[in-house]
Design a protein around this ligand. Sequence first.
Ligand code: ATP
Ligand code: MG
Length: 405
Amino acid sequence: MIEYDRILVRYGELSTKGNNRKVFVRRLEKSVRQLLKDMPEVHISAERDRMFITLNGADYAVIMERLHLIFGIQSYSPVIKVERDIEAIKMMAVALFKRHFTEGKTFKVRTKRADKTFPFDTNDVNLMVGDAIFDAYNDDVEVSMRQPDIEITVEIRQEAAYLSSETVMGQGGMPVSSAGKAMLMLSGGIDSPVAGYLAMKRGVEIEAVHFYSPPYTSERAKQKAIDLTQKLTRYTGDIKIHLVPFTKIQETIKQRIPEGYIMTSTRRFMMRITDELRRQHGGLAIVNGESLGQVASQTMMSMLAINDVTSTPIIRPLITMDKNDIIKIAEEIDTFELSIQPFEDCCTIFTPKQPKTQPRLDKVERFESNVDFDTLIAEALANVETVVVSIESNTGADDAFEGLL
Ligand code: ATP
Ligand code: MG
């Protein structure tokens, strides 16, 4: 039986990015190399518009599964390389077809001609290859343009033609860190890991920031943030998490800020500290998991009062999403089960039963001005603990793929 000898990878949106394309392709290549580093026999060659992964004996199915985790890939196919010759193409197409055909299955041929000097155009090739298949079966097969059971793709390039009968959709998005770095405000909840995933998918490199308040929150709650971060590493490799001790600030807020404004003020300090960490670590934006109207701190009035502490761009990937849709993604990226484990959250513990849903900026500013918070912020920053969270293993990558199916 004929065997695939390589995988052809089609890039996503990055191919439209003009001068940036080279950088994008290089980043994508780096991600693929990292993901396949335990397979030294594999050869990777990233060209301007396509990447080829030559198997040299490696199992293509394993690689195909892993590729599903990489941002910036539109689709990919295991292919067989053949001579750039219509007879050779026809022969291999028939062989591929035979591999999949059983009585009653319909087919379609789809050709792409990257090399316009090839003497036949895509229609010609579709027809000629189709005819060859009909001939091989004495016309006892059927074409279906809409929903073929077997789709034979032929990609004609300068150096060769590549044939496949299998195309898998990738994650889409853009290659990791092609857009620069941002700080992800990561709680232990459902939303923020999803927000991080969506930002990463647009090429944002993430450093996580997590606020914790011992002894009100336990070691386990902190570990949960680290575990959630680890789930995200499967898409990008290592991620840093900055753990910010937040107890003193929260206690002080509780003592000195009127009850209705505790939540607003707490969020403002979280944002100020995150912004300072962003500045220290060269980030360009802050990402959080806010979703409009979900809780008291996520009304527009609240956001106005909280956001006032910085002019840094705040990316809110979930802002208009419904909870059900957020949960769906959390399940796909395998963070949901972890997120719903019941550990104390630093915010809920201090949050009054009825926080103001329409806080006034002038008021919260006045309340905060009576207390020397700057010293407390400096102290919190001085005690930040930074952990580099690494991707567990390639087995982890396999599990993640299962989750995405
Ligand atoms: P999540 O599920 O992400 O916790 P949520 O719907 O529970 O979100 P909040 O708890 O009000 O909403 O938090 C809103 C956003 O503020 C979070 O998505 C997160 O980005 C940030 N945030 C909240 N708590 C923390 C924390 N302890 N450390 C870091 N960021 C936090
Ligand atoms: Mg929360």
